[in-house]
Design a protein around this ligand. Sequence first.
Ligand code: ACM
Length: 266
Amino acid sequence: MKVGFYQFRPFFGKPEQNCKKILSALKDVEADLIVLPELALSGYYFKDKTESLKYAEDLENSTIIDSIISFAEYKNMHIVLGFAEKQGEQCFNSSALIGPNGIEHVYRKVHLFNEEKFCFDPGNKPFVVNDINGVKIGMMICFDWVFPEVTRILALQGAQIICQPSNLVLTFCQQTMLARCIENKVFAITANRYGVDKRPQGSLKFTGKSQIVAPGGKLLHRAVSQRDALFVTEIDPDDANNKMITQHNDILADRRPEFYTLLNNK
Ligand code: ACM
């Protein structure tokens, strides 16, 4: 299976322009699955929810999302796209799994980062795993990395590849995802943006360094920090099926949930 990411610098508030940039970058790409950054169409640093809604896509009525679906169909490719999702007066920081037959799943970011709390509604759907041509895909978004429960719950549902659209401003995630891939023995594709969103309320700089990590924590590739980066590599998703970390330790079967009950109540 050929998987990859496209790291770029979205222009704030220019969804059409950002969509054009994405489709032109992916025009000649041969891949089964490409992961794009978080909020790849709108840019990141909204000042409030009125502004995030203004640049959000309504899945029932979005020519931009429709053009990405047509592209996925034409390329016979799956795309994981981070975008601002409008549903009535609600706005979610979402990630769509788009395939040749349309949208297969939308994940809404559960753990909102910092001022995102003023711009988005928290995700309201469970973590699930989707099957694409026999491969199990799980989605999380950026700051979800701080919560090891997310990767674990996806791994427990059989996820082989974790797709993580990101707009990282802290510097810890890329290293932490190595640990997530050791403790869950999954692949992880982190597609981050770079550049700066300079807004009246301040500036945010994003860290780039998108990466693909293999089960066991092997870094297959990490992009540079502040440049466009399109990367595709061949992986065998079944490498994520072996959960043995020693001859006598299965990282999922050896769990002792009876000792973790506090996690459900705190
Ligand atoms: C983040 O969750 N975008 C830092």
